[in-house]
Design a protein around this ligand. Structure first.
Ligand SMILES: CC(C)(COP(=O)(O)OP(=O)(O)OC[C@H]1O[C@@H](n2cnc3c(N)ncnc32)[C@H](O)[C@@H]1OP(=O)(O)O)[C@@H](O)C(=O)NCCC(=O)NCCS
Length: 317
């Protein structure tokens, strides 16, 4: 069974409702929503009027909400105002924000009307995630939300890359938390994680501030029970001969399946190189550590990628 089949089978067993706030704004999200309903993969909430959708959306698997007519809208405005007033938000601004699909989705999620949100086919990552960071927040035992990408290719071990979408310049503590959060996710969805903390240096072959940041992260991350090692270059992480030659003694060298990048530039560029030149499919970004699952699509996403992201969102509940 390949990883997509594994994810689909697991997700089918979970009864959950996922909000697709862009279904009336983007043809790909519309098509994905239609398929999710038809194949009984998930219950969904979309926004707008019944007239915006074809007859297949008239299904027990789908709820269409007209935001402006939603009975709890003014209650949601008050809730958002209470949450953000100490950050300077006024009630008038809160009323305007909750009437928009991005903030409204998060209020529905916060209030338990749905179990997850998948958005970002038309919105930028920052616009998709800011309301989620403000309203949904991180899990109580976590300090940061991080964005990971599951990279898959036939007959190849699935790889998880992070952070590829959110944290511009993570500290050592952040990198260690990214490593452990990714290991948790990989273990839950794929199998035993082997985590490489990436750098331009392998095991002290170079010095400098950027290397030290990763070395310090490795020390912190090693306090977990996971197999985590570094700092190492990506060739040491993926190729056994190079790992041996460069002195990586742990089982991570040449076997890594979770790659933690030192910053957002390298993570974002890295996954796109593997996707475009290596022929891998990128699934995500999968946002780890939100209190309730919110996942961010790439604006270049396909219908299949949207469906896969919805299925993964169910697994994060
Ligand atoms: C998402 C992003 C806009 C958040 O920026 P921000 O300036 O912190 O936004 P806000 O101040 O409104 O943040 C909202 C809250 O979330 C918190 N937050 C920000 N990043 C967080 C993270 N990674 N984990 C947990 N909380 C976070 C902020 O501290 C803030 O908390 P507060 O309300 O208690 O002050 C910013 O991290 C960003 O632009 N990242 C890059 C995204 C991007 O463009 N990616 C492109 C690649 S796909």
């Amino acid at each position: 069974m390949n990883i997509i089949e594994k994810i689909t089978n697991k997700a089918k067993k979970i009864n959950a409702t996922i909000i697709l706030p862009e279904a009336n704004l983007d043809k790909r999200v519309y098509s994905a929503a239609k398929k999710l309903i038809k194949e009984n993969l998930c219950k969904i909430i979309v926004f707008g009027e019944a007239a915006d959708y074809d007859a297949s959306f008239n299904s027990p698997n789908c709820r269409i909400i007209n935001i402006k007519k939603y009975p709890q809208l003014s209650d949601y405005a008050n809730q958002l105002y209470e949450l953000r007033k100490n950050k300077g938000l006024t009630l008038k601004e809160a009323k305007k924000l909750v009437s928009a699909p991005d903030y409204f989705s998060m209020m529905l999620l916060k209030n338990g009307v749905a179990d997850g949100v998948v958005a970002g086919a038309c919105w930028t990552t920052a616009n998709t995630l800011r309301p989620a960071l403000q309203i949904i927040r991180t899990k109580p035992n976590k300090n940061i939300v991080t964005g990971a990408m599951l990279m898959i290719k036939e007959n190849k071990t699935p790889l998880l890359f992070a952070d590829i979408s959110l944290i511009e310049n993570p500290t050592s503590e952040n990198l260690a938390e990214i490593a452990v959060s990714c290991a948790d996710f990989y273990k839950k969805i794929v199998g035993t994680p082997k985590v490489a903390m990436l750098s331009y240096s392998t095991m002290g072959s170079a010095n400098g501030e950027m290397v030290k940041k990763v070395q310090d992260a490795v020390k912190i991350a090693k306090e977990s029970n996971y197999l985590i090692d570094g700092e190492m270059q990506v060739d040491s992480a993926l190729d056994k001969v190079t790992a041996k030659r460069k002195g990586v003694k742990s089982g991570v060298g040449g076997n890594a399946n979770v790659l933690v990048f030192p910053d957002l530039n390298s993570g974002n560029i890295g996954y796109k190189l593997v996707e475009r030149l290596g022929g891998y499919t990128a699934i995500g970004s999968i946002m780890l550590n939100f209190n309730k699952p919110v996942n961010d699509l790439s604006r270049g996403c396909t219908v299949e990628e949207i469906i896969n992201t919805v299925l993964i969102t169910k697994l994060l509940i």
